[in-house]
Design a protein around this ligand. Structure first.
Ligand code: FES
Length: 93
C-alpha cells in the first residue's frame, strides 16, 4: 500500500494505489489547502521531495498552469495527483 509522507505535518498516511491526494487530504487533517479543486488556482501546490515518479503523470493543463506560476520543477498541484507508490511531499510556500 503506498505511503504518503507530508513533511510539513510530520504525517505519514497509507492510501490505496491510485488514490487521489485531494481525497486523502479531505479525510485527514493536513496542511495542504485547496481552492478551486480543479487545477486552476494554485492553492494546493506541493513540493515533491521523493517519489515524483509515483504520482500520476502531469497533464497539459497542469503543466501549463505550473509554467504560468513559475513553479519549480518538483512542484505539483495536489488536486491533480493520484498516488501509485510511496511519495514524500511538503507544502509549497
Ligand atoms: S485546488 Fe486550485 S489548483 Fe488545486
Amino acid at each position: 500500500m503506498p505511503k504518503v509522507h507530508i513533511t510539513t505535518d510530520n504525517l505519514t498516511l497509507d492510501v490505496e494505489k491510485g488514490y487521489p491526494l485531494i481525497d486523502m487530504c479531505d479525510e485527514y487533517d493536513t496542511s495542504i489547502l485547496f481552492g478551486c479543486r480543479d487545477g486552476a488556482c494554485g492553492a494546493c501546490m506541493v513540493r515533491v521531495l521523493e517519489g515524483a515518479e509515483n504520482l500520476s503523470k502531469m497533464d497539459e493543463n497542469e503543466r501549463d498552469f505550473l509554467e504560468t506560476m513559475a513553479a519549480q520543477e518538483n512542484e505539483r498541484l495536489a488536486c491533480q495527483c493520484r498516488v501509485f507508490d510511496d511519495v514524500t511531499l511538503e507544502v509549497s510556500e
